[in-house]
Design a binder for this molecule. Structure first.
Ligand SMILES: *Cc1c(COP(=O)(O)O)cnc(C)c1O
Length: 390
């Protein structure tokens, strides 16, 4: 089943068969992991003109092509690059599309290392960096300047899960001549097909659900027809291909991502709804909960929700947050998410400029893994009891 034929198939069929071409590998189901720098040419003329499909390891291999084809089938993109981390999947397109004197609008609820990159390297390179309210919607038109070249979105936002009106933002950005990028890691292409909603370049920390086992770092960036040549050129110019073993692991992870995500989704929702009824919890920040601001946007644009959300305690501060975390026995205290195991972290919004929110107590981010829900609830109940008595 070739990638281009797959648009008519269901999502799990696409996950099983994207970038899948056994006849090219003697019938073996999976593609080979091609470890390569050098590629040989049959003669001097072919070498001089580089007139063959593969020419050097940094420029693509059958392994990276298989992952690219699989992601393109999910995203509906013209092309996909793989880079060594999710953060590189953010920095490579920003470097590719911004120049000195340009202005970039970045959502204030952005993944913190994206902000760090913008505030340090982009500013040093002469790019004017401005953060905007995640709820700006069509109002972003008022922030557009003649030199605004990129509008960077992330929806839901990191840690506090603000939903952005992506179609409205994309319309306003395009009217001003800017390229729209989206960090789409939370939803994966299963729950939000960003390019269908006006985004030009969609970014994934494949480290999370695509890899799924807390053992691989990888990023993917997928572009529409208009932006693909420049994205590919930036990738080649910067020389940052992902390693073949990691590319292979992510392709392998995609095969089961549909069933894993369904489980993460159901468990996270059950725990989020239960948390809303627990003493000591002021608010649950989960876009699929009807009471969540932005729920209407989620319902309109997204087809599912993943396994990460936050709970806000009704009062207290770091002491209560730490008591909660230290009482957990199943949840690990660690960054990242999308793996099979549950994780918790005390969120800091100190770097925000606009979207600080008005939260009555500490924010605890929970990644709900594949463990049994009753065990996870009991663990969280232990944490809440410890926070109440701290
Ligand atoms: C984790 C994450 C990244 C970065 O991925 P790494 O592979 O850890 O560099 C980028 N964006 C979001 C939203 C993330 O959660």
């Amino acid at each position: 089943m070739a990638g281009e034929k797959s648009a008519r198939h269901g999502i799990n069929t696409r996950l099983a068969h994207g970038g899948y071409d056994p006849r090219s590998y003697h019938g073996f189901v999976n593609p080979p992991v091609v470890h390569a720098s050098t590629v040989l040419f049959p003669d001097a003329q072919t070498m001089a003109t580089r007139n063959q499909k593969y020419t050097y390891g940094t420029r693509g291999t059958p392994t990276s092509d298989a992952l690219g084809a699989a992601i393109d089938a999910l995203e509906g993109s013209a092309g996909t690059i793989a880079v060594p981390s999710g953060l590189a999947a953010i920095t490579v397109p920003l470097l590719g599309f911004l120049s000195a004197g340009d202005h970039v609008l970045i959502v204030d609820s952005v993944y913190a290392p994206t902000r760090h990159f913008a505030n340090t390297m982009l500013k040093r390179l002469g790019v004017e960096v401005e953060y905007y309210d995640p709820h700006a919607g069509a109002g972003i038109a008022a922030l557009m300047k003649p030199n605004t070249k990129v509008v960077f979105t992330e929806s839901p936002g990191s840690n506090t899960f603000e939903m952005q009106d992506i179609p409205a933002i994309a319309r306003a950005a395009h009217e001003g001549g800017a390229v729209v990028m989206m960090d789409n890691t939370w939803a994966t292409p299963l729950f939000f097909r960003a390019l269908d909603h006006g985004v030009d370049i969609t970014i994934h920390a494949a480290t999370k659900y695509p890899a799924g086992h807390s053992d691989v770092l990888l990023g993917t960036v997928s572009a529409n027809e208009a932006t693909w040549p420049r994205l590919r050129e930036a990738h080649l110019t910067l020389g940052c291909p992902a390693g073949p073993d990691d590319v292979y692991q992510v392709l392998r992870g995609l095969r089961t991502m549909g069933v894993r995500l369904k489980h993460h989704e159901a468990s996270a929702l059950e725990i989020a709804r239960w948390l809303e009824t627990q003493p000591g919890v002021a608010q649950v920040l989960h876009p699929a909960l009807p009471g969540f601001p932005g729920h209407d946007i989620w319902k309109r644009d997204f087809s599912g929700s993943s396994g990460i959300f936050s709970a806000v305690l009704d009062g207290g501060g770091q002491k209560q947050a730490h008591a909660f975390l230290d009482a957990l026995e199943i949840f690990g205290l660690g960054y990242s998410w999308g793996g099979y195991e549950s994780l918790a972290v005390h969120v800091s919004l100190a770097d925000r400029t606009v979207a600080k929110g008005d939260y009555p107590g500490p924010i605890l981010r929970l990644q709900i893994g594949l463990e049994d829900v009753e065990d996870l609830k009991a663990d969280i109940a232990r944490g809440l009891a410890a926070a109440r008595t701290a």
